[in-house]
Design a protein around this ligand. Structure first.
Ligand code: SAH
Length: 216
């Protein structure tokens, strides 16, 4: 019975990757494989499991959302994560994005400000045996200094400007992917690349994220 349900989820997941992700031009084979692998339905409440592979964000507790699958894939592709990379995610939410990053990287630190969300995400990531992933409950706009420098930083909440700590904690050649703009409107998905003390910036597409709460 459980096996049949898992098979159905897998079918939906493969169709999701084909139609929503490859169909829109994401082509990094490692990102596509990660999206085919991570069981997104395990990161949402039971009542939403059958919607887990649909083409939109879904609600999670504390008034937050798990991003649309295509946006998760686009951000992972933009961050150009290699197998030896150390990655910081800001905004763990459900833990789904962290699992996708964990498929791509050597290690992932994911920071979430809501204790309940951080604990729930840590539990599901541990159940799914993502041993290379650590969830930290803190203000992620300050990064997470003990794990720095990071080869990639992925921010899954909207910021009106780039939090300086996140650039400081990037390795030379490191990439920061962040939705930049007013939290009440749509933001621009932006890639910042650090080269020594210089940064370059490239805009992708308009996106809509919940706000990055800056506590200090
Ligand atoms: N990546 C998530 C989606 C996250 S939604 C997933 O795959 O499910 C954005 C998350 O960012 C929310 O859970 C919110 O609580 C968190 N957040 C907002 N501001 C934050 C901050 N300053 N530090 C850490 N987490 C923050």
């Amino acid at each position: 019975m459980a096996g049949a349900a898992e098979d159905r989820h897998r079918e939906r997941r493969l169709a999701m990757v084909r139609r929503q992700i490859e169909g829109r031009g994401v082509c990094d084979p490692r990102v596509l494989e990660a999206m085919r692998t991570v069981p997104r339905h395990r990161f949402v409440s039971r009542s939403l499991a059958s919607d887990a592979y649909k083409d939109h964000p879904l609600p999670i507790p504390a008034g937050q959302t798990i991003s649309q699958p295509y946006i998760v894939a686009l951000m992972a592709e933009a961050a150009a994560i290699g197998p030896d990379d150390r990655v910081l995610e800001v905004g763990t939410g459900s833990g789904y994005g962290a699992a996708v990053l964990a498929e791509l990287a050597s290690s992932v630190v994911s920071v979430e400000r809501h204790r309940k969300l951080a604990d729930a995400a840590a539990r599901v990531l541990s159940k799914l045996e993502y041993a290379n992933t650590t969830v930290v409950c803190a203000d992620g706009s300050q990064g997470h200094l003990p794990g720095a420098p990071y080869d990639a930083v992925v921010v899954t909440a909207a910021a009106s400007s780039i939090p300086p700590a996140l650039v400081d904690q990037l390795a030379d050649g490191g990439r920061l992917v962040i939705p930049l703009g007013s939290p009440s409107q749509s933001q621009n998905l932006t890639l910042i690349t650090r080269m020594g003390e210089e940064t370059t910036s490239k805009r992708f597409c308009p996106v809509r994220f919940v706000p990055l709460v800056e506590e200090s």
